[in-house]
Write a protein that binds this ligand. Structure first.
Ligand code: MIC
Ligand code: SF4
Length: 633
């Protein structure tokens, strides 16, 4: 039987288990990446592991999230990460060098290699034919120290692309179409592998837009073949030697095949407040808008920026619109400056932001009250922009730029003839914002520099045999890690300070939660389906741990959050019968007994609702390695 692309890479990196669907497998990790908002926790854990030098082929520490230095905290975090990087053999990408995923795609990703990153959009490098997976900071620290990365062998879904995109329809519309079909839960437990003739019509950055937003499907990762187009891209990045062709075997077997005709796709938008709430732009109508933001790891490549610049050239941003543009990397920004496109953007009235995550993570550009904001980003969760009642729409750079000029939601197909945008044979290559680590001997003289805001990582919970506690919070379906542990300019500087951060836990859903949890000495959280979707941030587990949460009971969990809960010693339990969710109310007193034995014997766990005098069955759906991990804390 032939192999898929993912199976080939998995086979070449397998260190434990058999890659049978649903079985646990351990993978050798070739490369890691971290960003600063999750990086401090990852490096604190790496330091605690006592690792001299990292064991990976390449590890890069990026500073791209917390770049607003309105106090000493972020600068201290940058300095801490930079000092660990220098000492431990990690490359350090300085603030301003760009968004981790865009820079990694340009400068470091290699087809056929494995990459894990402490950021959910790590699958961006799947656009290069790399098996790139998002993970919690602790898992990335383990990989840096030479340990395997464990996943449940996913199902492999083939999305067969045929035809070619119509003018003004873009890669963003492809992934929005996939989200419309599969929803934010549709990728859970799956790798999405793209194939078909249509693939040949998409450049590497376009493929990367598609794999990037596979994170919003909940997929383990997404991947494209590595072919002639990948070869051209790597050559233009001066990295021809990194090229390797990777195609699925002709008789590869997939668990599911989805056909998408590129010609049938039209400009789409994800409406507030979920990335799968997708509608054609033409159906949304010419509604008034207040803000447009172009950038983020989804849409900040040179190609995307050139399209936006073409639309803006010689025009003026509408008076009612605030347009900001953040090119994804120093390479993109400097090339826009050299070819004049940057001047076209500035002359049209765009506000140019530094090459970083910026508004995507609520670091500035929060919209006005009730504002309508069109963004080329990947997440439009409620409150993430920093303005709770703002309405965020996710669109392509073409739709964003054209709407900014018109002042209303506009379909870019109105523009007329599509320009020929020629990408360079050779990109500007200048890695002078990547600081190399020192040699092993010199490393002895390097001091790791902590700051006063960098506090310890709380030790994981020791699993008790009995939990008798209150349901301290009940929430619904699709709770994101942005609900559990919000981001934004005010809170992000405290990513290294769990006690301070804890004040904001679940602030979007229930501002009194943190205080109530502290007063009660913790408790149990009750959640709906796909609990913990979205980011990789382990803060969404470390903060509940700090607040004394012992178990989270849900209808189902998102992959990375579940792993982060286990790393923190918080039990991720699901209902055997999801209707039981409705039987439990916030405030009910629950009792779970014989927990350690049940974990050990792989038994179900029974839960008694002392307030309602009822009993329900819970499942702890985890691997043997995770069982041992929980029992050994
Ligand atoms: C995000 O897009 O939500 C983030 C910020 O990049 C997160 C990581 C974090 O919370 O620091 C992610 O996607 O993993
Ligand atoms: Fe940064 Fe936004 Fe991408 Fe997260 S999704 S890595 S915040 S640009």
């Amino acid at each position: 039987m032939g192999l898929t692309i993912s199976e080939k890479i998995i086979k070449a990196h397998l260190v434990s288990g058999e890659p049978a669907k649903g079985a646990e497998i351990g993978l050798k990790i070739d490369q890691t990446l971290t960003q600063d908002a999750t990086g401090t926790m990852a490096y604190l854990q790496l330091e605690a592991m006592g690792v001299g030098r990292v064991k990976t082929e390449l590890s890069v520490a990026y500073i791209d999230h917390n770049t607003l230095q309105s106090g000493f905290e972020n600068a201290d975090d940058h300095r801490f990460i930079g000092s660990v990087a220098k000492k431990r053999g990690i490359r350090f990408s300085r603030p301003g060098n760009g968004i981790c995923h865009q820079v990694h795609l340009e400068r470091f990703g290699i087809p056929g290699k494995t990459l894990i990153g402490s950021d959910s959009h790590t699958p961006t490098c799947g656009g290069l034919g790399m098996l790139a997976i998002g993970a919690g900071g602790r898992d990335v620290a383990v990989a840096m120290s030479g340990g395997a990365y464990y996943i449940t062998m996913p199902k492999i879904v083939n999305i067969n692309l045929s035809g070619r995109l119509s003018p003004w329809v873009s890669a963003k519309d492809v992934i929005l179409e996939v989200l419309r079909i599969l929803t934010v839960k549709g990728g859970v437990g799956k790798i999405i592998e793209y194939g078909g003739d249509g693939v040949k019509t998409l450049s590497v950055p376009e493929r990367a837009t598609i794999t990037n937003m596979g994170a919003e499907l909940g997929a383990t990762t997404s991947i494209f073949p590595s072919d002639d187009i990948t070869h051209e891209f790597l050559k233009a990045q001066g990295r021809e030697a990194d090229f390797a062709e990777i195609q699925p075997d002709a008789d590869a077997v997939y668990d599911e095949v989805i056909e998408i005709k590129l010609n049938d796709i039209v400009p789409l938008a994800a409406m507030p407040h979920m990335p799968d709430n997708v509608k054609p732009v033409s159906e949304i109508g010419k509604i008034g808008i207040n803000q447009v933001c172009i950038g983020s790891c989804t849409n900040s490549s040179l190609f995307d920026m050139m399209k936006a610049a073409y639309i803006l050239k010689g025009k003026k941003v509408a008076d009612n619109v605030d347009l900001s543009i953040a090119p994804g990397s120093k390479q993109v920004l400097s090339m826009l400056a050299e070819n004049g496109a940057l001047a076209d953007m500035i002359n049209a009235g765009a506000r140019i932001l530094e090459s970083a995550c910026g508004p995507c993570i609520g670091m500035g550009q929060s919209p006005n009250s009730g504002g309508v904001s069109l963004r080329t980003f990947n997440r439009n969760f409620e409150g993430r922009s920093g303005t709770k009642d703002a309405r965020i729409y996710l669109v392509s750079p073409e739709t964003a730029a054209w709407s900014a000029v018109n002042g209303v939601f506009s379909d870019p197909r109105e523009i007329g003839e599509f320009p020929k945008i020629i990408l360079p044979d050779l990109f500007d290559i200048n890695d002078n914002m990547v600081i190399m680590p020192v040699s092993e001997t010199e490393a002895e003289n390097i001091e790791v520099l902590y700051g006063p805001n960098i506090k310890e990582v709380p030790p994981a919970n020791k699993i008790q045999d009995t939990i008798k506690d209150k349901v301290i919070l009940k929430v619904g379906d699709d709770i994101t890690t942005d609900h559990i542990m919000p981001a934004g300019a005010k809170i992000l500087p405290y990513r290294s300070n769990i006690p301070y951060l804890s004040k904001f836990c679940f602030e979007v859903c229930d501002p009194s939660f943190a205080e109530r949890a502290l007063q009660n000495g913790g408790g149990v959280i009750l959640g709906g389906a796909n609990y913990g979707q979205g980011s990789s941030r382990e803060h969404a587990a470390l903060v509940p741990l700090y607040l004394g949460i012992k178990a989270v009971i849900t209808k189902s969990f998102a992959r990375m959050h579940k792993a982060n809960l286990i790393n923190s010693g918080i039990l991720p339990l699901t209902f055997e019968n999801t209707d039981d969710y409705d039987r439990i109310s916030q405030g009910d007193e629950l009792e779970l007994k014989n927990i350690r034995d049940s974990i050990h014997n792989r038994d179900n766990i029974y839960i008694y609702n002392l307030s309602k005098n009822e009993e329900y069955t819970l499942i702890l759906d985890i691997s043997d390695i995770q069982r041992n991990q929980l029992l050994s804390i």
